[in-house]
Design a protein around this ligand. Sequence first.
Ligand code: KG4
Ligand code: ZN
Length: 404
Amino acid sequence: MGSGLILGIESSCDETAAAVVERGALTRSSIVASQIATHAPYGGVVPELASREHLRNLVPITRAALKQAGCGLGDLDAVAVTHGPGLAGALLVGITYAKGLAFAQGIPLIAVNHLEGHIHAVLLEDKQNRDQGTGTREQDELPTPALALVVSGGHTHLFLARPPAVGAEVGAWQYTLIGRTLDDAAGEAFDKVAKLLGLGYPGGPWIDHLAQFGDPKVVPFGFAQIKNKAHLDGKAPRTKGARTAPIADLDRHFLFSFSGIKTAVLRYVEVHGMRASCEARQRSLMAMPNPTWQDAQALCDRQTLDLIASFQHAVVGDLLRKTFAAAEAVGAASVLVTGGVAANRELRVRFTAEAAERGLPVAFPTLALSTDNAAMIAAAAWPRFLAGEFAGWGLEADPRLTLA
Ligand code: KG4
Ligand code: ZN
């Protein structure tokens, strides 16, 4: 083994990313090419366009990652790539490229689950903070088992994450599925509500910024109690990557559903005669070359800002209640929140306060590692590299891959 350098490649959705991470603990480089501008006019990710953009971006992004890391292909010990869940065509581009690189260099290929990647974004930074003495939680390692909330545009999952068994020098982390959404992911709700209100894409950051100017108590959105397990048997959830995860064995208190609140916002808009103003807002923002959230704020009246704040408050509250209830039920020693929605400020503030009240450590990735990136993929690959868990050259994309 050389210096423990793993090149990570991520192309599961709408970001093309490459990163070099040393021994799963030090980010030597992390480059992300966002496709937001490509998909924004359509208000969502267009799979064919995503594949085409990955194809265009992968080579220059990888070169840039190697250059920033100060190394060449010959210095790498392995290539790690996301093999699912995600968009089939998008995953395929990354996998094919990673295979080619690894084969040509004669080094192993490591397959990484995107959800495990998100969890390792937090673990990687936790490790880095401790190594560099910059952590906010002194030098203590994040206690395990950790209850991980993976919350993004495609996923809303609760996992109990355990490190390799004590005494075992090598081995992968173990994950147990504790809860998940039955329909939309939380980020998807942010995106759909933002679209309905005539805001930009992706919706999360717009709502996050505008919510601070509204009163979250104006619209009392509620979440219906998820029905008994018996009613859920055989029900096929619709979220990306969650279709095949079993739900029959899960405690219904830890199941999420975000399609209802989206409909409730739509109904509120219609009942209060706000539709025309939402459409006007969308036209105004689309006519601007580079609209900012301040531009959007100027186009929102009080009623709209209150609606946005109330929506975000309800979603964050639901995530918070179920996450901490699950942490208590399974005896988790810490909570970690990761994925695009973990960038949300109200979420961070409220999770931090709740954790402090319960005396439970909580960790989030930095904003850069909250959304999709490849450093998390290279970091998640390290325990597999040590354990010699390599992928074959026949590795395929698995759009519905589950974790646990
Ligand atoms: O992890 P990610 O980059 O991609 C997926 O794996 O889905 O997450 C993207 C999602 C989008 O739905 C986006 O609206 C949401 O994360 N998001 C946010 C924020 N920043 C991104 N949601 C709420 N608040 C934010 N600040
Ligand atoms: Zn993601």
